[in-house]
Ligand binder design. Structure first.
Ligand code: ZN
Length: 460
């Protein structure tokens, strides 16, 4: 049996002092419109996108930018034109930006412009609050400095780019209160440069990034170990904030919060989305920033103080990653399109699409969350009200439990007393709920869990 989902109205509803006795407080609801979205991603669209991207031969960051047929420049221009086409079909609902910076580095010997292609669908009521989905357009072969050999990068990471372009197409037809951003990044294989370009751009625009869902290697369901698993996707999240100060770390180490960064609570949110809306699909939460000793474009976001997770297939096949196209001892190497399972990729796309829709329709996560209750038999939770919220839910769980276990709907208030639940033995958090029942991620108290960008960032 699956666990009782957070997003279903199973929470015990209690009329609090601020709610009228005959008026039930708002509570999270299963949303039929999100269920409908979960079946929208088209395998044919995903296939067409990857086929087109593979057709550019190589999309190496240092490859040709002038040709219309081959190289990163042609690929970027094609993605831009696709976003513009999607925008045309929704009456101009999407703006396309191409932020760039020039870098020199270990894997970029000559100053090179690294450019991202970014589709922005402004939120109706909360445009500064931003939900981001990323994937990287650039590809590589065995030698990371080889800029001419064919590097199809069908799974790494045309799959992620195809997913975000399909999510953009679907969500262009939907309402969103917060802003949605879909970004095809470059420079990942040369050192996560495109992630930095976008994180800097977000800061310059004053975006309040609530989450970056970084999709990298999301289309293969057959592991190198022979395991076929088309029902699971991994979501990696850091436990503590990358930019935590020593003082914050000291407080957190004593009081708890080492598994409750905002990124981790975004991962928990995605796990619940899968449980509630994708009955044949499961999020495998991994308590790590990324795979062991490896990285991705979520890292520059985390370093900039923005919550971010990495989404990756459940079982990788390393013979298909960063490989020259060849056959050796009967083994076919290379990241070709025949290694992509499009039904699987459609499910990953659905997980992202539903998560973005849900986050963007929910209020912002509460800020200023704190708890008190030492030497008492009850726990008191405080928070600041957020715009668009019609009510709040206090959640708690055993200190060793991976997912929120208990909750109480508490109405439109900024504090709640949880009777007979002793603060010592549980972790607490708070979510905000809109009038129509969309719920924000749960926020763990204090600096360890807050979604605000802290400490105050220096300007880029
Ligand atoms: Zn990658």
């Amino acid at each position: 049996m699956r666990p009782a989902p957070l997003l279903l109205p199973l929470a015990l509803s209690l009329a609090m002092s601020t709610a009228f006795a005959d008026e039930a407080p708002v509570q999270p609801r299963l949303q039929p419109s999100l269920l409908a979205l979960s079946t929208q991603p088209s395998e044919a669209e995903l296939h067409a996108t990857i086929e087109k991207l593979v057709g550019f031969g190589t999309r190496h960051t240092l490859s040709d930018t002038k040709s219309d047929k081959r190289g990163i420049g042609a690929a970027r221009r094609w993605v831009k034109s696709r976003f513009e086409q999607i925008s045309k079909e929704c009456g101009g609902c999407i703006e396309v930006a191409t932020p760039s910076q020039v870098f020199t580095g270990k894997r970029i010997p000559q100053p090179t412009e690294v450019m991202d292609v970014v589709a922005i669908k402004r939120g109706k009521t909360d445009p500064k609050r931003v939900i981001v989905m990323t994937g990287h357009l650039d590809s590589r072969v065995t030698d990371v400095m080889n800029i001419t050999s064919d590097a199809p990068g069908a799974n790494d990471d045309a799959s992620g780019v195809a997913a975000l372009m399909e999510a953009a197409r679907i969500l262009s037809r939907q309402d969103n209160d917060a802003t949605l951003v879909f970004a095809a990044l470059s420079g990942e294989e040369q050192g996560l440069y495109g992630g930095k370009v976008l994180a800097d751009y977000a800061a310059a625009q004053g975006w309040q990034v609530e989450a970056d869902l970084n999709n990298d290697i999301v289309g293969n369901s057959l592991g190198q170990n022979g395991v076929r698993d088309n029902l699971t996707v991994r979501v990696f999240s850091e436990g503590t904030k990358s930019n935590e100060t020593p003082e914050q770390a000291k407080y957190r180490a004593y009081h708890g919060g080492e598994v409750d960064s905002p990124s981790r609570n975004v991962a928990r949110y995605m796990e619940r989305i899968a449980t509630s809306y994708l009955p044949d699909f499961r999020v495998h939460m991994v308590y790590r920033t990324d795979r062991y000793s490896r990285g991705g474009d979520q890292v520059p976001f985390l370093e900039a103080g923005y919550p971010a997770v990495r989404v990756s297939e459940g079982h990788e096949d390393y013979t298909r990653q960063h490989q020259d196209l060849r056959t050796e001892k009967g083994i076919k190497y290379g990241d070709t399109i025949d290694g992509v399972d499009f039904r699987y990729l459609a499910r990953v796309t659905a997980l992202n699409t539903v998560t973005m829709a849900s986050l963007s329709r929910a209020p912002a996560p509460p800020s200023g969350v704190s708890t008190e209750g030492a030497l008492a038999t009850d726990t008191t939770v405080h928070w600041k009200k957020v715009p668009g919220a019609a009510g709040y839910v206090v959640h708690w769980r055993d200190t060793t439990a991976p997912q929120w276990q208990y909750s109480r709907v508490v109405g439109d208030t900024d504090q709640a007393v949880i009777k007979d639940v002793v603060i010592d033995d549980w972790f607490f958090g708070v979510s905000a709920v809109s009038a129509d029942g969309y719920e924000s991620p749960v926020v763990f108290p204090g600096d360890a869990g807050g979604f605000e960008r802290s400490p105050a960032p220096k300007s880029p």
